[in-house]
Design a protein around this ligand. Structure first.
Ligand code: BF8
Ligand code: SF4
Length: 635
C-alpha cells in the first residue's frame, strides 16, 4: 500500500509528518527499505554459526536440505532460537548485574550516592532467601543478599539458583528438576548455551530446546535479581500520577531524555537535575524537565512519576521535536539512528556504559562510585546544549495523557488487603472464581514494525478489558497504553466490561487512602519487571492451591522484537502460561520446533506459545485459554 498506517500513536504520527516535510529518515523508512526481508532468515533456516557457511535449507530433500555439516532444518532453527534466548538472558542479566554491583559497592561504602530506600523490601527478600535479619544492620543483611546474588550469577557447584528457588511453587520446582532444566548459574547457562549450539555440538532439536528453556529460567532469575535489588535501592513502586506522550517535552525547559534500561543511571540523573534547576534558569530556561524513553522511562515513571515521553519505535521522534537538549543513554533498545539524527538537530547524545558507545556521540563513563558527579556532568551537557536550540526547528506534538502507574505486587497486595486482610490474594482469585473477572493477562514486549506501531497492543487490550480481564503491563506495551491515555482512571468507564469495572470500583471503595482513582491497566514496570508478574501468578497459584498451569493467567507480547522478549516468552511458557506472541519468531522452517513451541510444551509444562499476528484473533485465543482454565478450576 502507498500510505500504510505506520503507527496509532498520534504523537508519533504528528512527528512523522514533520519527518516527511523535512525529508528526515526514520525507522519507518528503513523498515520499508528492508522489504522484502530474507525468507531464509524469516524461517530460521539460515546458519552462520561456522564460517563454512552461511548455509541455508534450500530444498525439502537431498544435500540442499542440510547445511554443509549435515545440520538439518530442525537443528538450525533450534540453534538459532536458543542463541536468541541466550542473547536475551545475557542482556537482562547484564542490566541486573550492574544493579547488583551498585548495591554491593554501596554496602562497602564505595557508592555514597546510593542508599537502601526500602528496608521493608530488603527484609522480605532476606527472609525469602533464608538470610537472618535479627539484630543485624540493614547493610549487613544486604551484603549477604548481594553475595547470594553474585553466586547465582557465577556458581560452579551443581545447586539451583537461590533467587529462582525462593519463589517457585513446589510443583514447578520439581517439574524443572525432572526435566533437567534447573539452571546452576546465570552466566554459566549463557555460556553453556553458546557452547551447546556451536558447530558440531548438539544437533538434537529436543535437547537444544530444553537447553533454551533452562536459559529462559536463568533469564527469569536475572530479572528477578534486577527487580528486587532495584526496589531495595530505589524504593518499591507505589501508585503515582504522571503523564505520557511527546507533549511532555516542554519548550520552556531544558529537556533531558533518559533512554535505555538501567535505573542506576537514570535515578541519579533525576537527582542531579533537581539540584541543578538554578543552573538551567541562568541560561534562560524555566528549569529542567526529565522525560523517559523505553524501559528506563518505565523505571522512573514507576518510582518517581517522571513523564514517559515515548516508547521504542518512536524514540527518534523525541529528538525531532527540536526541543530535546540531551538524550542520555545506557543500554538496550537504543537505535544507532538517534546519533545520526543529531546532524539535523542540536540534541547532544551521550552514552554512559563501557559496552555501549556510538560513533560521534559523546561518552561519559558513569560509575557507581562517582554517580552524582557523573550525573551532574550529564545534566550540564544538556544545559549547555539548550543554548544552541533553533526555535524554527521546534515542533512538539500537543499530545499528552494522564496516567496512574506504580503497581508493584506489594502495592497490589496492599490494595487487596483492604478488602481481605487475612488473605489479600483471595480478593483476586475469588473475583475470578465467581466470574466477576475472567483472569489476568500480563501484556509485555516491544514495538515491531511488522505491524503498525502500538496497534496490536491496543486492539488486544481493548478486547481483553471489554471481556473483564484484569491486565498488568510492562515495557513498551505499558508505554503504548500510557501514551494513548489508556492507563488513566478515566479509561475504566470507557473500556472496561461491567465485571472488571465493578472489580476496580470495589478496590477503590475499599482504599479511600488512595489519592487517585485506579487505572484500567496496572503498570508493573520495565521489562525486567516481568518478574513481578511471575510473583503475582505464584501468589495466585498458592491462594488457589494449584500449580501455575491451572491459574487463569496468560501472557501476551503483541509486538515482540528484542531477544529479551524471546527469553521472557519462553520462561512464561516454561512456567506454565499460555503465551501469545504477535510477531513471528524465526521458527517456521521446522514443523517440529513449531510443534514443540505450540503443543508439546503444553504437554510437558502446561504452557505453550500462541503465535497469532491478527490482534483480534489473538485476543479471542487468549480469552479462550483463560476461559478454559477457569472452567477447569470450577469443576
Ligand atoms: O526491555 S519492551 S523494545 S524497551 S525489549 Fe526494548 Fe522491547 Fe521496549 Fe525495554 Ni523490553
Ligand atoms: Fe553450515 Fe553447519 Fe557451519 Fe551452520 S554449522 S554454517 S550449517 S556448516
Amino acid at each position: 500500500p502507498k500510505n500504510p498506517l505506520r503507527s496509532v500513536d498520534p504523537g508519533a504520527l504528528e512527528m512523522l509528518k514533520v519527518a516527511q516535510e523535512q525529508n528526515i529518515e526514520t525507522v519507518f523508512d528503513r523498515f520499508v527499505a528492508q522489504q522484502p526481508q530474507c525468507g531464509f532468515g524469516y524461517k530460521g533456516i539460515c546458519c552462520r554459526i561456522c564460517i563454512a557457511g552461511p548455509c541455508r535449507v534450500k530444498t525439502e530433500e537431498g544435500p540442499g536440505s542440510k547445511g554443509i555439516c549435515g545440520a538439518t532444518a530442525f537443528t538450525i532453527v533450534a540453534r538459532n532460537l536458543v542463541r536468541m534466548i541466550a542473547g536475551g538472558t545475557a542482556s537482562h542479566s547484564e542490566h541486573s548485574r550492574h544493579v547488583l554491583h551498585t548495591a554491593h559497592a554501596m554496602v562497602d561504602g564505595e557508592a555514597p550516592s546510593y542508599s537502601i530506600k526500602s528496608p521493608e523490601k530488603l527484609h522480605k527478600l532476606a527472609s525469602q532467601l533464608g538470610v537472618s535479619t535479627i539484630n543485624r544492620e540493614d547493610r549487613e543483611i544486604l551484603k549477604d543478599v548481594t553475595e547470594i546474588a553474585y553466586s547465582d550469577f557465577g556458581r560452579y557447584q551443581d545447586r539451583p539458583l537461590a533467587f529462582l528457588d525462593s519463589f517457585l511453587t513446589e510443583q514447578r520446582r520439581k517439574k524443572f528438576q525432572h526435566t533437567n532444566i534447573t539452571p546452576r548459574s546465570i552466566d554459566g547457562t549463557v555460556t553453556e548455551l553458546i557452547a551447546q549450539t556451536a558447530m558440531g555440538v548438539d544437533s538434537d532439536p529436543v535437547n537444544l530446546i530444553f537447553g533454551g528453556l533452562k536459559g529462559s529460567l536463568a533469564d527469569l532469575a536475572g530479572e528477578y535479581i534486577g527487580t528486587k535489588l532495584s526496589d531495595v535501592l530505589f524504593g518499591i513502586p507505589e501508585p503515582i500520577v504522571s503523564e505520557s506522550n511527546l507533549g511532555v517535552i516542554n519548550s520552556k525547559m531544558v529537556n533531558i531524555a533518559v533512554h535505555g534500561h538501567n535505573p542506576v543511571l537514570s535515578e541519579m540523573v533525576v537527582a542531579a537535575a533537581r539540584q541543578l534547576q538554578g543552573e538551567a534558569q541562568k541560561v534562560g530556561a524555566e528549569g529542567i524537565n526529565i522525560v523517559g524513553i523505553c524501559c528506563t522511562g518505565n523505571e522512573l515513571l514507576m518510582r518517581e512519576g517522571v513523564y514517559l515521553a515515548t516508547s521504542s519505535a518512536s524514540q527518534e521522534m523525541a529528538i525531532m521535536t527540536g526541543a530535546l537538549d540531551a538524550m542520555v543513554l545506557d543500554i538496550q533498545c537504543i537505535y544507532p539512528a538517534v546519533q545520526q539524527l543529531t546532524e539535523c538537530f542540536h540534541t547532544k547524545v551521550v552514552t554512559t556504559e563501557g559496552i555501549m558507545k556510538m560513533p560521534g556521540a559523546q561518552h561519559i563513563a558513569f560509575n557507581a562510585e562517582t554517580a552524582m558527579e557523573d550525573a551532574q556532568k550529564l545534566v550540564q551537557i544538556a544545559i549547555e546544549a539548550y543554548k544552541n536550540r533553533d526555535p524554527k526547528k521546534i515542533s512538539i506534538p500537543n499530545e499528552r495523557h494522564n496516567l496512574v502507574a506504580g503497581f508493584s505486587i506489594e502495592t497490589l497486595t496492599d490494595i487487596f488487603s483492604k478488602v481481605n486482610s487475612d488473605r489479600p490474594m483471595s480478593v483476586l482469585t475469588d473475583a475470578i472464581m465467581n466470574g466477576q473477572i475472567k483472569g489476568v493477562v500480563q501484556m509485555a514486549g516491544c514495538n515491531n514494525l511488522k505491524r503498525p506501531q502500538d496497534e496490536s497492543h491496543v486492539v488486544i487490550l481493548k478486547e481483553l478489558v471489554k471481556n473483564d480481564v484484569l491486565v498488568v503491563a510492562t515495557g513498551c506495551s505499558a508505554g503504548a497504553f500510557a501514551k494513548l491515555g489508556l492507563m488513566s482512571p478515566l479509561a475504566v468507564d470507557a473500556y472496561a466490561g461491567e465485571g472488571l469495572k465493578s472489580f476496580i470500583r470495589m478496590l477503590e471503595d475499599a482504599n479511600p487512602q488512595l489519592t487517585t482513582g485506579l487505572p484500567l491497566i496496572f503498570h508493573i514496570g520495565a521489562c525486567v519487571d516481568n518478574s513481578r508478574g511471575m510473583d503475582l501468578v505464584m501468589a495466585m497459584a498458592e491462594e488457589l492451591e494449584v500449580d501455575v498451569p491451572k491459574v487463569p493467567f496468560a501472557a501476551s507480547a503483541p509486538e515482540a522484537m528484542h531477544e529479551k522478549a524471546v527469553a521472557i516468552g519462553t520462561y512464561c511458557v516454561t512456567m506454565g502460561l499460555p503465551t501469545h506472541v504477535g510477531s513471528m519468531p524465526f521458527l517456521e522452517g521446522s514443523d517440529l520446533i513449531y510443534g514443540i513451541a505450540t503443543q508439546i510444551a503444553h504437554d510437558v509444562f502446561g504452557g505453550n506459545f500462541i503465535f497469532e499476528m491478527d490482534p483480534q484473533v489473538a485476543a479471542q485465543k487468549i480469552l479462550g485459554a483463560l476461559e478454559y482454565r477457569s472452567w477447569k478450576l470450577k469443576i
